[in-house]
Design a protein around this ligand. Structure first.
Ligand SMILES: Cc1cc2nc3c(=O)[nH]c(=O)nc-3n(C[C@H](O)[C@H](O)[C@H](O)COP(=O)(O)O)c2cc1C
Length: 184
């Protein structure tokens, strides 16, 4: 198949680019953006906290990213109009459980708006009683450090106060599908 080499920086003609189709400027289509970001494979985590009434809240995320080693900071972003958003924006403590490769059903369960996401899910209470997902490959227990506006999301930065990590294949998410990230 014939292919066109990428244009040098600053040389692309408006309306054309490689690779694939282009979209630019103010007209970035949210679906095109989501599809493009899907090329950036990630792990999958469940973020958990307690709401103001002490009830557990949790949701599947893949926006987890490293921020700082000293102090130890991580971030994730929450969609502002999702039902759990206010609980997470107010929580002083939260936990991140990075899922193992065999925990796809948990990822799917926590990605549905549901009053009982924790049904059938084994958890262990961590700091401030925030539930940790059993069987995850990593647990980060965090204190809320800062929140920043991020368009239709809020960026939540946490200071890691405790961590547990074990080897083993992790659940991945790439181009809209769950996958396995195996140890080298
Ligand atoms: C792989 C994957 C990653 C996700 N990442 C995020 C994320 O980083 N932030 C977010 O707000 N929602 C994310 N979601 C969507 C939420 O999990 C979903 O909207 C969930 O229902 C939110 O919980 P709630 O309905 O209780 O508010 C993701 C979903 C999947 C399947």
């Amino acid at each position: 198949m014939a292919s066109t080499p990428p244009a040098a920086p600053g040389t692309s003609t408006p309306g054309t680019s490689t690779p694939g189709e282009s979209t630019s400027g103010a007209s970035i289509d949210p679906r095109a953006l989501r599809t493009a970001l899907g090329a950036y494979g990630t792990g999958v985590a469940i973020v958990t906290a307690l709401d103001a009434g002490g009830q557990p809240v949790g949701m599947t995320i893949n926006s987890l990213a490293a921020v700082s080693l000293d102090p130890p900071l991580v971030l994730w972003s929450v969609q502002l109009d999702t039902p759990s958003a206010s609980a997470f924006r107010q929580a002083r403590h939260f936990a991140l459980s990075i899922l193992a490769a065999d925990q796809e059903t948990i990822a799917r369960q926590f990605a549905r708006t549901d009053s009982d996401k924790f049904s059938g899910i084994a958890t262990t209470p961590g700091s401030a009683d925030v539930p940790l997902i059993d069987g995850a490959v990593v647990h980060f227990e965090c204190e809320a450090w800062a929140c920043y506006p991020g368009g239709d999301h809020e960026i939540i930065v946490g200071k890691v106060t405790r961590l547990a990590s074990r080897p083993g294949p992790t659940l991945g998410f790439h181009r809209g599908r769950f996958t396995t990230l195996a140890d080298a």
